[in-house]
Design a protein around this ligand. Structure first.
Ligand code: SAH
Ligand code: SF4
Ligand code: F3S
Length: 465
């Protein structure tokens, strides 16, 4: 028997890339690869790249510089190392990557990962292989049975892709170009994935998509199902105790989603709803197609159906033409909403996007200062939100042993890590925890009720679709 080849994969960017990396690992495991944690002894290194900001995009070239030395050393020892660049930089730059970094053997776009084995073979015979086509057929129809669409279970919590791509064309963003038009997977395939993951011990599913609440997959009834209806259905699958979804767009929050938050207890009351700016002038220039007022109303609609709901968001500071007044409107919006956390970024002009042509830019100093001010406000809100948990009893889904011996770590409804001293038997259970203190971003507490023996309501052998 041939010894297994070693695969090292490094992922940058969003949850979709994390999911795709797992999908690539599962595909290549079927080809006799085993994962390794070090690039240096790998036979195949895959960089799964992100193009969203210049810094993210440039990281790949510094990493390729390092890999050039590793590849040369492997060759000296009579060992072949192949290097593949996948993800959104691969899609955006294609052949240019090999021109800039000849050390690369394979360039593969996000729609073509199922072809990796063939691309590696082609690179072996031709010296290199590039595939960045958007196939015309159903993007998710590519994997023939019996190979499943979904990744295999890796613990208690799992991502499942439900839609990919984006038709929104925000003027700053590369995603519509790197991930293509919006496509939703059929309901049946998602149900099958979730049932299989649940059978393999997964208790929490996060539905992912670049615009997840634009979901409109074909239902078993032949109708187009909105995300809310899909969430209702998935909550019925035995073993699934928590559902989440990410990332949503404020414009696509419909009544079905609000009803799901009202009626589906497994749907967690924590929503990532990026707004980018609080200034209507900037929102218009970004082509977000909603105002700050619309966003506030959307938040109110969520709060009306679920009082304990909390929000996180994304912000861009220093979009071209952003004045001090525009920025103040962002601070005012943050102050008014009150977030459990948020990501904020300095605007980065991206090649090929409309905003990159706007002449009126914000100086680097102003951008830095605004970023600090915004982050201070967000940090204070996040601390207040975390502090508010102290003294309360909250449900925690336990995931794994923590670094400290005897400690088990899980997450609250709001994704806060929570640690208790307990037996590993509690892993995969949702249990009430009395929160006693906060250490940086982690909650520490004690089990509020004795753990029940064995596994929770989940060990089932049969299920109806
Ligand atoms: N689909 C999601 C997020 C996509 S990218 C949405 O519509 O909200 C994740 C975040 O990166 C965005 O929300 C935005 O805040 C940030 N981002 C995207 N393009 C950027 C750019 N050119 N410069 C700085 N930040 C950017
Ligand atoms: Fe990018 Fe806008 Fe689409 Fe989000 S909605 S992926 S920010 S174009
Ligand atoms: Fe980055 Fe592509 Fe995700 S650009 S954020 S990896 S969709």
């Amino acid at each position: 028997m041939k010894p297994p080849r070693k695969l090292h994969i490094k992922s940058y960017g969003c949850q979709m890339n994390v999911y795709d990396a797992q999908r690539m690992v599962d595909t290549l495991t079927g080809e006799g690869f085993v994962e390794t944690t070090s690039a240096d002894d790998a036979d195949l290194v895959i960089l799964n790249t992100c193009h969203i900001r210049e810094k993210a995009s440039e990281k790949v070239y510094s990493e390729l510089g390092r890999l050039r030395a590793a590849k040369a050393e492997a060759a000296q020892n009579g060992r072949q190392m192949s290097i593949a660049v996948a993800g959104c930089v691969a899609q955006a730059e294609g052949e240019e990557i090999i021109r800039r970094a000849p050390v690369v053997d394979v360039v593969v776009g996000p729609q073509s990962y199922h072809h990796l084995p063939q691309l590696l073979a082609r690179a072996n015979s031709d010296g290199r292989a590039i595939e960045t086509e958007f196939p015309l057929q159903d993007k998710f129809g590519f994997l023939p049975p019996p190979r499943p669409d979904a990744i295999r279970a890796r613990g208690i919590s799992s991502f499942v892709t439900v839609q990919e791509g984006c038709d929104k064309f925000c003027t700053f963003c590369v995603v519509p170009y790197t991930r293509g038009a919006e496509v939703s997977r059929p309901v049946k395939r998602i149900i099958d994935d979730v049932m299989r993951l649940a059978d393999n011990g997964v208790r929490e599913i996060t539905l992912i998509g670049q615009n997840v609440n634009a979901y409109h997959g074909e239902g078993p009834d032949g109708q187009s199902w909105p995300l809310g209806k899909l969430l209702h259905r998935l909550a019925e699958i035995p073993g699934i105790v928590r559902l989440r979804y990410s990332t949503s767009h404020p414009r696509d929050v419909d009544d079905s989603l609000l009803e799901a938050h009202r009626d589906v207890p497994a749907l967690m009351p924590f929503v990532h709803l990026p707004v980018q700016s609080g200034s209507d002038r900037i929102l218009a220039a970004m082509n977000r197609k909603h105002t700050a007022g619309d966003y506030r109303k959307t938040i109110d609609r969520f709060r009306a159906v679920r009082q304990d709901i909390a929000f996180s968001s994304d912000f861009i500071v220093g979009f071209p033409g952003e004045t001090e007044e525009d920025f103040s409107a962002t601070l005012a919006l943050v102050a008014q909403i009150g977030y459990a956390g948020a990501y904020s970024f300095k605007y980065s002009p991206r090649p090929g996007t409309p905003a990159a042509d706007i002449k009126e830019t914000v100086s680097a100093q102003d951008m830095d200062k605004r970023l600090v001010r915004l982050q201070e406000l967000i940090d204070s809100q996040q601390s207040a939100f975390n502090m508010a948990a102290i003294g309360n009893t909250v449900d925690v889904l336990f995931e794994r042993a923590a670094r400290n011996p005897g400690q088990i770590v899980g997450r609250t409804a709001y994704l806060q890590p929570a640690h208790v001293m307990a037996s590993p038997d509690i892993i995969s259970q949702v249990l009430p925890v009395r929160i006693e203190s906060l250490e940086r971003y982690s909650l520490l507490g004690e089990l509020a009720a004795p753990a029940h023996a064995g596994r929770p309501a989940s060990s089932h052998m049969t299920h109806g679709a």
